[in-house]
Design a protein around this ligand. Structure first.
Ligand code: NAD
Ligand code: ZN
Length: 346
């Protein structure tokens, strides 16, 4: 990925035990602090730590409780204090082993500790592999909404061993499916077939390639990168309204169907993608219902980072594999959500 700091993405099976030797290709032996959550820690920490030691790194480990609820300022502070306690310097390294929560928090800690140190993403969820581990968006949730504090900070390498999905609960696999279908919808119709065939190696490769091209064109998310937000305006509101009981991917799945339907009803596109999406996502067993009102969704959508002045950029499907961005006013957003929820077919 050719961002201001270029980096490689390695995708393979059974490569976790070689993490240390891969990292040596881009970072000299130093202090390497593994950051992970309580669940991933019990399954995968040991193999990664051993390979780091073997490759000559001096290791330490920070573990926080698993789950979206940990993606907050308290966990972040604890990570920073632990890094300081371990005596990590500017030439040292953080290794984020886990899903999107670990990656986002560790990345933000890496961006801000000593004004920025290197970090490596080692995604262990389908969602992190196809989406969050690449692109350098890091951060945490505030009480008022998702990802409201953060930084752009690119990793030095991404090492994705999709054998780790074997221990991933079905619900978490679905979260990855939702983001992969999203990438297919915005850029590459064929990708959706690969998702249906569960061809993980090539799904990850295609998603990461799509994300690479978008991030290289718009690292700071001021233009085309906002295409990746398809389904996320409504999705983030659903996550927040459910107090994060509805997972990110499931919320995005619901959001994609509802936003597509609303865009069609509002006359922003001639193409109603909601039928195709509902059918595709239902094949995986997604529950696409939205148990909230348009007014509730609107309230939380107002905290969205995609709002500039009194406009928000919405992602509008033109066909399967092609979407465009369109700015709508906040009062039109209210109408958009009302039309979408009126006889929402989820
Ligand atoms: P997560 O990190 O909470 O992981 C989900 C659950 O799976 C956790 O309980 C975790 O302990 C467990 N787990 C992880 N790997 C496992 C494995 N191999 N085997 C068994 N259990 C495993 O959540 P996620 O779905 O990976 O990521 C969601 C987060 O990612 C959200 O906070 C979202 O905002 C963020 N996100 C960020 C970006 C970005 O660009 N930075 C993009 C998309 C999503
Ligand atoms: Zn997402």
């Amino acid at each position: 990925v050719t961002t201001r700091r270029p980096y490689d993405i390695l995708i393979g099976q059974d490569i976790l035990a070689d993490t240390g030797s891969y990292i040596r290709e881009c970072v000299e032996p130093c202090k390497a602090c593994l950051v992970t959550d309580s669940k991933v820690n019990t399954i995968y920490s040991q193999v990664v730590i051993s390979s780091l030691i073997e490759a000559g790194y001096q290791t330490s480990k920070i573990v926080f409780p698993e789950g979206e609820h940990s993606k907050n300022i308290t966990t972040y502070t604890n990570i920073l204090e632990s890094l300081a306690e371990e005596g990590l310097s500017r030439s040292d390294l953080i290794i984020a082993l886990g899903g999107g929560v670990v990656g986002d928090l560790s990345g933000f800690a890496a961006a801000t500790y000593l004004r920025g140190i290197k970090y490596i993403q080692v995604p262990t969820t389908y969602l992190a592999a196809v989406d969050s581990s690449v692109g350098g968006k890091t951060g945490l949730n505030l009480l008022y909404g998702k990802n409201l504090a953060g930084a752009f900070w690119q990793p030095s390498m991404v090492i994705c061993d999709y054998d780790t999905f074997r221990t991933l609960p079905e619900q978490e696999m679905l979260d990855g499916v939702a983001e992969a279908v999203k990438s297919g919808m915005i850029m590459e119709a064929n990708l959706i077939d690969k998702v249906l065939k569960k061809d993980y190696g090539s799904v990850i490769e295609r998603c990461v390639s799509i994300k690479k091209s978008i991030v290289e064109a718009d690292e700071r998310d001021t233009g085309i990168r906002q295409l990746l937000n398809f389904g996320h305006t409504v999705g983030h509101s659903i996550e927040r309204l459910s107090s994060y009981k509805t997972s990110h991917g499931l919320a995005v799945a619901k959001g994609m169907v509802m936003e597509s339907y609303a865009a069609y009803k509002m006359g922003l596109t001639d193409f109603d993608a909601s039928g195709f999406l509902r059918e595709t996502l239902s094949r995986f067993g997604f529950d696409l219902s939205i148990p909230y009102t348009a007014e509730e969704l609107y309230k939380y959508a107002l905290n969205d980072k995609k709002i500039h002045g009194d406009c928000i950029a919405m992602v509008i499907p033109e066909s399967i594999g092609k979407c465009r961005l369109q700015k709508i006013s906040l009062s039109d957003l209210g109408k958009f959500l009302r039309l979408g929820m009126e006889d929402y077919p989820g």
